[in-house]
Design a protein around this ligand. Structure first.
Ligand SMILES: [Zn+2]
Length: 450
Protein backbone atom coordinates (compact mmCIF):
# COMPACT_ATOMS: atom_id res chain seq x y z
CA UNK A 1 0.00 0.00 0.00
CA UNK A 2 2.70 2.33 1.01
CA UNK A 3 4.71 1.69 -2.13
CA UNK A 4 1.72 2.31 -4.39
CA UNK A 5 0.98 5.52 -2.62
CA UNK A 6 4.50 6.78 -2.84
CA UNK A 7 4.63 5.73 -6.46
CA UNK A 8 1.50 7.78 -7.09
CA UNK A 9 2.95 10.68 -5.22
CA UNK A 10 6.15 10.54 -7.20
CA UNK A 11 4.20 10.63 -10.45
CA UNK A 12 2.13 13.58 -9.39
CA UNK A 13 5.22 15.41 -8.25
CA UNK A 14 7.02 14.67 -11.47
CA UNK A 15 3.98 15.78 -13.51
CA UNK A 16 3.91 18.97 -11.55
CA UNK A 17 7.60 19.67 -11.96
CA UNK A 18 7.29 18.87 -15.66
CA UNK A 19 4.50 21.36 -16.03
CA UNK A 20 6.36 23.96 -14.04
CA UNK A 21 9.53 23.14 -15.86
CA UNK A 22 8.18 23.99 -19.30
CA UNK A 23 7.18 27.43 -18.13
CA UNK A 24 10.50 27.88 -16.40
CA UNK A 25 12.45 26.85 -19.50
CA UNK A 26 10.52 29.29 -21.63
CA UNK A 27 11.66 32.00 -19.25
CA UNK A 28 15.27 31.05 -19.58
CA UNK A 29 15.47 28.99 -16.41
CA UNK A 30 17.23 26.05 -17.97
CA UNK A 31 17.63 23.03 -15.68
CA UNK A 32 20.90 21.20 -15.20
CA UNK A 33 24.49 22.30 -15.33
CA UNK A 34 25.31 25.54 -17.08
CA UNK A 35 27.17 24.82 -20.33
CA UNK A 36 30.41 26.65 -21.15
CA UNK A 37 29.72 30.18 -22.36
CA UNK A 38 26.76 30.63 -20.04
CA UNK A 39 26.26 31.42 -16.38
CA UNK A 40 23.32 32.05 -14.09
CA UNK A 41 22.17 35.46 -12.98
CA UNK A 42 20.70 36.33 -9.56
CA UNK A 43 17.35 34.75 -10.51
CA UNK A 44 19.10 31.57 -11.74
CA UNK A 45 18.24 32.46 -15.32
CA UNK A 46 20.83 31.28 -17.84
CA UNK A 47 22.65 34.19 -19.47
CA UNK A 48 25.76 34.60 -21.59
CA UNK A 49 29.04 34.55 -19.69
CA UNK A 50 31.13 37.21 -21.38
CA UNK A 51 34.32 35.63 -20.05
CA UNK A 52 33.93 32.16 -21.56
CA UNK A 53 31.69 32.95 -24.54
CA UNK A 54 34.61 33.46 -26.93
CA UNK A 55 35.99 29.99 -26.20
CA UNK A 56 32.73 28.52 -27.49
CA UNK A 57 32.84 30.62 -30.66
CA UNK A 58 36.43 29.57 -31.19
CA UNK A 59 35.60 25.87 -30.78
CA UNK A 60 32.88 26.14 -33.43
CA UNK A 61 35.25 27.96 -35.77
CA UNK A 62 37.98 25.37 -35.34
CA UNK A 63 35.50 22.60 -36.05
CA UNK A 64 34.39 24.35 -39.24
CA UNK A 65 38.03 24.53 -40.32
CA UNK A 66 37.92 20.74 -40.38
CA UNK A 67 39.70 20.10 -37.10
CA UNK A 68 38.66 16.96 -35.22
CA UNK A 69 37.27 16.94 -31.68
CA UNK A 70 40.59 15.55 -30.48
CA UNK A 71 42.68 18.17 -32.30
CA UNK A 72 40.56 20.93 -30.81
CA UNK A 73 40.95 19.39 -27.34
CA UNK A 74 44.73 19.27 -27.82
CA UNK A 75 44.89 22.92 -28.87
CA UNK A 76 42.82 24.02 -25.87
CA UNK A 77 45.00 21.98 -23.51
CA UNK A 78 48.14 23.45 -25.00
CA UNK A 79 46.80 26.94 -24.42
CA UNK A 80 45.82 25.98 -20.87
CA UNK A 81 42.22 26.99 -21.38
CA UNK A 82 40.09 25.77 -18.49
CA UNK A 83 37.59 23.08 -19.45
CA UNK A 84 34.02 22.98 -18.09
CA UNK A 85 35.02 20.09 -15.80
CA UNK A 86 38.25 21.82 -14.71
CA UNK A 87 40.11 18.75 -15.95
CA UNK A 88 41.98 18.34 -19.20
CA UNK A 89 39.98 18.85 -22.39
CA UNK A 90 38.91 15.62 -24.06
CA UNK A 91 37.28 14.93 -27.39
CA UNK A 92 33.92 14.16 -25.73
CA UNK A 93 33.87 17.56 -24.03
CA UNK A 94 34.39 19.27 -27.39
CA UNK A 95 31.77 17.06 -29.06
CA UNK A 96 29.28 17.98 -26.34
CA UNK A 97 29.73 21.67 -27.13
CA UNK A 98 29.55 21.23 -30.90
CA UNK A 99 26.31 19.26 -30.57
CA UNK A 100 24.60 21.43 -28.00
CA UNK A 101 21.67 23.34 -29.49
CA UNK A 102 21.77 25.72 -26.55
CA UNK A 103 24.37 27.76 -28.44
CA UNK A 104 21.78 28.85 -31.01
CA UNK A 105 19.38 29.59 -28.15
CA UNK A 106 17.39 26.34 -28.10
CA UNK A 107 17.16 23.93 -25.20
CA UNK A 108 16.84 20.25 -26.05
CA UNK A 109 15.44 18.02 -23.33
CA UNK A 110 15.43 14.26 -23.60
CA UNK A 111 12.25 12.68 -22.28
CA UNK A 112 14.25 10.04 -20.47
CA UNK A 113 17.78 8.75 -20.42
CA UNK A 114 16.76 5.61 -22.35
CA UNK A 115 14.78 7.28 -25.10
CA UNK A 116 16.32 9.25 -27.95
CA UNK A 117 13.15 11.26 -28.27
CA UNK A 118 13.50 14.85 -27.21
CA UNK A 119 11.62 18.11 -26.94
CA UNK A 120 13.21 21.27 -28.26
CA UNK A 121 12.34 24.64 -26.74
CA UNK A 122 13.21 27.30 -29.31
CA UNK A 123 14.82 30.65 -28.49
CA UNK A 124 14.85 30.29 -24.72
CA UNK A 125 18.30 31.75 -24.10
CA UNK A 126 20.42 34.34 -25.85
CA UNK A 127 22.37 32.60 -28.65
CA UNK A 128 26.17 32.57 -28.85
CA UNK A 129 26.43 31.38 -32.44
CA UNK A 130 24.16 31.96 -35.42
CA UNK A 131 21.82 29.38 -36.89
CA UNK A 132 23.70 29.68 -40.17
CA UNK A 133 26.88 28.62 -38.42
CA UNK A 134 25.13 25.69 -36.75
CA UNK A 135 23.90 24.61 -40.18
CA UNK A 136 27.48 24.71 -41.45
CA UNK A 137 28.49 22.53 -38.52
CA UNK A 138 25.92 19.87 -39.46
CA UNK A 139 27.34 19.75 -42.98
CA UNK A 140 30.84 19.56 -41.55
CA UNK A 141 29.86 16.66 -39.29
CA UNK A 142 28.95 14.49 -42.24
CA UNK A 143 32.35 15.17 -43.74
CA UNK A 144 34.19 14.52 -40.50
CA UNK A 145 32.58 11.13 -40.04
CA UNK A 146 34.82 9.90 -42.78
CA UNK A 147 38.29 10.84 -41.68
CA UNK A 148 40.05 12.48 -44.57
CA UNK A 149 43.42 13.97 -45.15
CA UNK A 150 44.63 13.83 -41.60
CA UNK A 151 48.29 13.18 -42.44
CA UNK A 152 49.18 16.76 -43.36
CA UNK A 153 47.68 20.09 -44.33
CA UNK A 154 45.74 20.08 -47.57
CA UNK A 155 44.36 23.38 -48.81
CA UNK A 156 41.04 21.96 -49.96
CA UNK A 157 40.58 19.34 -47.28
CA UNK A 158 37.01 17.94 -47.53
CA UNK A 159 36.07 20.63 -50.03
CA UNK A 160 36.65 19.13 -53.45
CA UNK A 161 33.87 17.00 -54.90
CA UNK A 162 34.36 14.46 -57.66
CA UNK A 163 32.78 15.84 -60.87
CA UNK A 164 31.52 12.37 -61.83
CA UNK A 165 30.10 10.82 -58.67
CA UNK A 166 29.90 13.82 -56.35
CA UNK A 167 31.80 12.19 -53.50
CA UNK A 168 34.41 14.10 -51.50
CA UNK A 169 37.80 13.59 -53.08
CA UNK A 170 40.39 12.21 -50.69
CA UNK A 171 43.85 13.70 -50.38
CA UNK A 172 47.14 11.98 -50.89
CA UNK A 173 50.73 13.01 -50.84
CA UNK A 174 52.96 11.23 -53.28
CA UNK A 175 56.49 11.18 -54.54
CA UNK A 176 58.53 9.46 -51.86
CA UNK A 177 62.04 10.87 -52.20
CA UNK A 178 61.13 12.72 -55.35
CA UNK A 179 59.51 16.12 -55.36
CA UNK A 180 56.33 15.80 -53.37
CA UNK A 181 53.01 16.67 -54.93
CA UNK A 182 49.77 16.62 -53.14
CA UNK A 183 46.78 15.09 -54.84
CA UNK A 184 43.04 14.87 -54.55
CA UNK A 185 41.50 11.78 -55.98
CA UNK A 186 38.35 9.75 -56.40
CA UNK A 187 39.05 6.07 -56.09
CA UNK A 188 35.88 5.02 -57.88
CA UNK A 189 36.22 7.30 -60.89
CA UNK A 190 40.03 7.20 -61.06
CA UNK A 191 40.36 10.97 -61.10
CA UNK A 192 43.49 12.68 -59.83
CA UNK A 193 43.98 16.42 -59.39
CA UNK A 194 47.23 18.03 -58.35
CA UNK A 195 46.74 20.48 -55.50
CA UNK A 196 48.89 23.25 -56.97
CA UNK A 197 46.88 23.08 -60.21
CA UNK A 198 43.61 23.30 -58.31
CA UNK A 199 44.87 26.28 -56.35
CA UNK A 200 45.90 27.97 -59.59
CA UNK A 201 42.51 27.30 -61.14
CA UNK A 202 40.49 28.83 -58.34
CA UNK A 203 42.91 31.68 -57.61
CA UNK A 204 40.49 34.33 -59.00
CA UNK A 205 37.88 33.16 -56.49
CA UNK A 206 40.39 33.16 -53.66
CA UNK A 207 41.39 36.72 -54.61
CA UNK A 208 37.76 37.74 -54.25
CA UNK A 209 37.62 36.21 -50.79
CA UNK A 210 40.87 37.93 -49.82
CA UNK A 211 39.47 41.26 -50.92
CA UNK A 212 36.22 40.59 -49.08
CA UNK A 213 38.06 39.58 -45.91
CA UNK A 214 40.31 42.65 -45.90
CA UNK A 215 37.36 44.90 -46.59
CA UNK A 216 35.40 43.48 -43.69
CA UNK A 217 38.37 43.77 -41.35
CA UNK A 218 39.26 47.31 -42.37
CA UNK A 219 35.89 48.89 -43.14
CA UNK A 220 32.74 46.83 -42.78
CA UNK A 221 33.24 45.26 -39.39
CA UNK A 222 30.89 47.73 -37.61
CA UNK A 223 28.08 46.82 -40.01
CA UNK A 224 28.45 43.09 -39.45
CA UNK A 225 29.01 43.20 -35.70
CA UNK A 226 25.99 42.22 -33.70
CA UNK A 227 24.07 45.03 -32.10
CA UNK A 228 24.47 43.47 -28.68
CA UNK A 229 28.23 43.49 -29.18
CA UNK A 230 28.15 47.25 -29.53
CA UNK A 231 26.65 47.68 -26.11
CA UNK A 232 28.92 48.07 -23.09
CA UNK A 233 26.08 48.00 -20.54
CA UNK A 234 26.27 44.26 -20.01
CA UNK A 235 30.02 44.35 -19.70
CA UNK A 236 29.86 47.27 -17.28
CA UNK A 237 27.49 45.32 -15.07
CA UNK A 238 29.71 42.26 -15.01
CA UNK A 239 32.75 44.34 -14.27
CA UNK A 240 31.09 46.03 -11.33
CA UNK A 241 29.84 42.66 -9.99
CA UNK A 242 33.35 41.29 -10.09
CA UNK A 243 34.80 44.39 -8.51
CA UNK A 244 32.36 44.06 -5.63
CA UNK A 245 33.37 40.45 -5.23
CA UNK A 246 37.01 41.44 -5.22
CA UNK A 247 36.37 44.00 -2.48
CA UNK A 248 34.42 41.50 -0.40
CA UNK A 249 37.26 39.00 -0.55
CA UNK A 250 39.75 41.70 0.39
CA UNK A 251 37.59 42.67 3.33
CA UNK A 252 37.26 39.05 4.46
CA UNK A 253 41.00 38.68 4.28
CA UNK A 254 41.65 41.85 6.21
CA UNK A 255 39.29 40.70 8.93
CA UNK A 256 41.10 37.39 9.12
CA UNK A 257 38.14 35.35 7.86
CA UNK A 258 40.04 33.69 4.99
CA UNK A 259 43.52 32.19 4.86
CA UNK A 260 46.16 34.00 2.87
CA UNK A 261 46.50 31.04 0.46
CA UNK A 262 42.80 30.96 -0.42
CA UNK A 263 42.71 34.71 -0.59
CA UNK A 264 45.48 35.11 -3.15
CA UNK A 265 44.11 32.27 -5.28
CA UNK A 266 40.62 33.79 -5.45
CA UNK A 267 41.98 37.27 -5.82
CA UNK A 268 44.15 36.28 -8.75
CA UNK A 269 41.28 34.48 -10.46
CA UNK A 270 38.97 37.47 -10.19
CA UNK A 271 41.72 39.75 -11.40
CA UNK A 272 42.24 37.62 -14.49
CA UNK A 273 38.52 37.65 -15.28
CA UNK A 274 38.42 41.40 -14.80
CA UNK A 275 41.32 41.75 -17.20
CA UNK A 276 39.44 39.85 -19.92
CA UNK A 277 36.28 41.91 -19.44
CA UNK A 278 38.09 45.23 -19.43
CA UNK A 279 39.93 44.32 -22.62
CA UNK A 280 36.57 43.43 -24.23
CA UNK A 281 35.09 46.70 -23.09
CA UNK A 282 37.91 48.63 -24.76
CA UNK A 283 37.33 46.74 -28.00
CA UNK A 284 33.61 47.53 -27.94
CA UNK A 285 34.29 51.21 -27.35
CA UNK A 286 36.73 51.12 -30.22
CA UNK A 287 34.17 49.83 -32.72
CA UNK A 288 31.66 52.37 -31.43
CA UNK A 289 34.06 55.27 -31.81
CA UNK A 290 33.41 55.76 -35.45
CA UNK A 291 29.79 56.72 -35.71
CA UNK A 292 29.62 55.26 -39.12
CA UNK A 293 27.41 55.43 -42.12
CA UNK A 294 27.65 52.25 -44.21
CA UNK A 295 27.84 54.31 -47.39
CA UNK A 296 30.69 56.46 -46.09
CA UNK A 297 32.60 53.33 -45.14
CA UNK A 298 32.04 51.95 -48.60
CA UNK A 299 33.20 55.16 -50.24
CA UNK A 300 36.39 55.11 -48.15
CA UNK A 301 36.97 51.53 -49.20
CA UNK A 302 36.34 52.28 -52.88
CA UNK A 303 38.72 55.23 -52.87
CA UNK A 304 41.48 53.18 -51.26
CA UNK A 305 40.86 50.47 -53.83
CA UNK A 306 40.84 52.94 -56.73
CA UNK A 307 44.20 54.31 -55.63
CA UNK A 308 45.68 50.83 -55.66
CA UNK A 309 44.14 50.07 -59.05
CA UNK A 310 45.50 53.30 -60.52
CA UNK A 311 48.99 52.43 -59.37
CA UNK A 312 48.56 48.83 -60.59
CA UNK A 313 49.09 47.58 -57.06
CA UNK A 314 45.70 46.07 -56.36
CA UNK A 315 46.27 42.52 -57.53
CA UNK A 316 49.78 42.47 -56.09
CA UNK A 317 48.47 43.54 -52.73
CA UNK A 318 45.88 40.73 -52.68
CA UNK A 319 48.44 38.21 -53.86
CA UNK A 320 50.92 39.32 -51.21
CA UNK A 321 48.25 38.89 -48.56
CA UNK A 322 47.61 35.33 -49.74
CA UNK A 323 51.28 34.44 -50.00
CA UNK A 324 51.99 35.71 -46.52
CA UNK A 325 49.76 33.02 -45.07
CA UNK A 326 51.09 29.67 -43.91
CA UNK A 327 49.60 26.59 -45.50
CA UNK A 328 47.50 26.00 -42.41
CA UNK A 329 46.19 29.56 -42.49
CA UNK A 330 45.33 29.19 -46.16
CA UNK A 331 43.35 26.03 -45.44
CA UNK A 332 41.51 27.74 -42.58
CA UNK A 333 40.83 30.74 -44.77
CA UNK A 334 39.30 28.70 -47.59
CA UNK A 335 37.13 26.75 -45.19
CA UNK A 336 35.60 29.97 -43.89
CA UNK A 337 33.98 30.64 -47.25
CA UNK A 338 33.65 27.44 -49.23
CA UNK A 339 31.35 24.56 -48.40
CA UNK A 340 32.26 22.55 -51.47
CA UNK A 341 33.73 23.00 -54.91
CA UNK A 342 33.47 20.84 -58.02
CA UNK A 343 36.00 21.14 -60.81
CA UNK A 344 36.05 19.22 -64.08
CA UNK A 345 39.01 18.88 -66.40
CA UNK A 346 38.45 19.53 -70.08
CA UNK A 347 40.28 17.74 -72.93
CA UNK A 348 43.09 20.25 -72.83
CA UNK A 349 43.62 19.70 -69.13
CA UNK A 350 42.12 23.02 -68.03
CA UNK A 351 39.82 23.13 -65.07
CA UNK A 352 36.20 24.21 -65.41
CA UNK A 353 34.32 25.35 -62.37
CA UNK A 354 31.21 23.14 -62.28
CA UNK A 355 29.83 24.11 -58.91
CA UNK A 356 30.73 26.22 -55.92
CA UNK A 357 28.78 26.14 -52.68
CA UNK A 358 29.38 28.85 -50.11
CA UNK A 359 29.19 28.39 -46.36
CA UNK A 360 25.84 29.51 -44.90
CA UNK A 361 27.58 31.85 -42.47
CA UNK A 362 29.28 33.64 -45.36
CA UNK A 363 25.99 33.93 -47.25
CA UNK A 364 24.42 35.40 -44.13
CA UNK A 365 27.12 38.06 -43.93
CA UNK A 366 26.76 38.91 -47.59
CA UNK A 367 23.01 39.34 -47.30
CA UNK A 368 23.55 41.67 -44.36
CA UNK A 369 25.86 43.79 -46.51
CA UNK A 370 23.38 43.68 -49.37
CA UNK A 371 20.66 44.96 -47.07
CA UNK A 372 22.86 47.97 -46.47
CA UNK A 373 23.53 48.43 -50.18
CA UNK A 374 27.17 47.56 -49.61
CA UNK A 375 27.77 44.52 -51.72
CA UNK A 376 29.63 44.79 -55.00
CA UNK A 377 29.51 42.33 -57.85
CA UNK A 378 31.69 42.32 -60.93
CA UNK A 379 29.55 42.32 -64.04
CA UNK A 380 31.30 40.90 -67.07
CA UNK A 381 31.30 43.10 -70.18
CA UNK A 382 33.29 43.59 -73.34
CA UNK A 383 35.56 46.49 -74.16
CA UNK A 384 36.20 46.26 -77.88
CA UNK A 385 37.08 42.62 -78.19
CA UNK A 386 38.55 42.45 -74.74
CA UNK A 387 36.56 40.98 -71.87
CA UNK A 388 36.50 42.98 -68.70
CA UNK A 389 34.27 43.61 -65.70
CA UNK A 390 32.41 46.58 -64.28
CA UNK A 391 31.94 46.97 -60.55
CA UNK A 392 28.30 47.25 -59.56
CA UNK A 393 26.58 47.71 -56.25
CA UNK A 394 23.28 46.03 -55.64
CA UNK A 395 20.28 47.33 -53.74
CA UNK A 396 21.20 50.90 -52.98
CA UNK A 397 18.41 53.42 -52.55
CA UNK A 398 18.46 57.15 -53.43
CA UNK A 399 19.32 58.29 -49.91
CA UNK A 400 22.14 55.79 -49.60
CA UNK A 401 23.41 56.79 -53.01
CA UNK A 402 23.54 60.43 -51.96
CA UNK A 403 25.53 59.62 -48.82
CA UNK A 404 27.89 57.54 -50.90
CA UNK A 405 28.36 60.28 -53.52
CA UNK A 406 28.89 62.95 -50.86
CA UNK A 407 31.68 60.98 -49.30
CA UNK A 408 33.27 60.15 -52.65
CA UNK A 409 33.28 63.86 -53.46
CA UNK A 410 35.68 64.39 -50.57
CA UNK A 411 38.29 62.57 -52.60
CA UNK A 412 37.41 62.75 -56.27
CA UNK A 413 35.25 64.81 -58.54
CA UNK A 414 32.30 62.59 -59.22
CA UNK A 415 29.03 62.88 -61.03
CA UNK A 416 26.35 60.37 -61.68
CA UNK A 417 24.21 59.63 -64.68
CA UNK A 418 20.93 57.86 -64.77
CA UNK A 419 20.62 55.15 -67.34
CA UNK A 420 17.42 54.76 -69.25
CA UNK A 421 15.89 51.33 -69.22
CA UNK A 422 15.69 49.81 -72.66
CA UNK A 423 12.42 48.21 -73.61
CA UNK A 424 12.27 44.45 -73.40
CA UNK A 425 13.14 43.06 -76.80
CA UNK A 426 10.39 41.42 -78.79
CA UNK A 427 10.27 37.67 -78.98
CA UNK A 428 12.67 36.22 -81.49
CA UNK A 429 14.93 39.25 -81.36
CA UNK A 430 18.25 39.20 -79.67
CA UNK A 431 18.33 40.89 -76.31
CA UNK A 432 19.71 44.40 -76.42
CA UNK A 433 22.51 45.26 -74.06
CA UNK A 434 23.57 48.61 -72.69
CA UNK A 435 26.65 50.14 -74.12
CA UNK A 436 28.51 52.36 -71.72
CA UNK A 437 31.89 53.86 -72.38
CA UNK A 438 34.46 53.30 -69.67
CA UNK A 439 35.62 56.86 -70.32
CA UNK A 440 33.01 59.35 -71.55
CA UNK A 441 33.29 62.50 -73.70
CA UNK A 442 34.01 64.63 -70.65
CA UNK A 443 36.98 62.46 -69.87
CA UNK A 444 35.26 60.98 -66.84
CA UNK A 445 36.13 57.42 -65.95
CA UNK A 446 33.35 54.96 -65.11
CA UNK A 447 33.64 54.19 -61.42
CA UNK A 448 30.70 52.09 -60.52
CA UNK A 449 27.24 50.98 -61.56
CA UNK A 450 24.55 51.19 -58.93
ZN1 LIG B 1 34.00 9.87 -58.35
Amino acid sequence: MLTVLSQLEIEIVSERTKFGLTGAIKNGHIPGKCPLGYKRDETKKMIIDEITKDIVVRIFNMYLEGKSYQTIANILNEEKITSPTNKKWRDVAVAKIINNKIYVGDFERYKSTQERESIVYMNVVEPIITRAMFEDVQAQKEKNQRAFCRDRVYLFMQKLLCPKCGKIMTCKGSGGKKKKYMYYHCDDCKIYYREDKVEEAIMPIIMNFIEYDMTVKNYFYPVLADKKEKDTKKLDKEISLLENKKNRIKEAYLQGIVEVGDFSKDYKMIDEKLGILEQKRLEVIDTNKQTFSPQALMADRDVAKEKLIRSNQFKNMLMAEWESKTKEEKQEFISKFIESITLAKDEKGYFDLVNLKFRSSYIEQVSKLMDNGMFDVEIPCTKGKEETTVTSTVLMDKKELKEYMDRLNDYYEVSYYELRRLDEPKKGYQRKYFTIDLVNDNGEKLFKLV
